[in-house]
Design a protein around this ligand. Sequence first.
Ligand code: SF4
Length: 72
Amino acid sequence: MVQCEYTTICAFFNGGMADRPAIANVMKKRYCARNPPACARYMVLKTFGKDRVPVDLVPNDVDLAKNIIAEG
Ligand code: SF4
């Protein structure tokens, strides 16, 4: 288990997808608890800091994360 270092500041981890808790829990297990570097939010956070992470960016939207990072 490699718990993400950003759980205290991450909007997704703290109430994201509240309307779809089952999916949110699956993502928390897949990304937050097991593989943070694969998370779209983590990628942007690690690169630019939390102010650049769209509040609604979901962990599996890696394409959007890559676009944000590529745009600089
Ligand atoms: S959603 Fe991503 S950045 Fe947020 S706590 Fe989980 S792994 Fe970390």
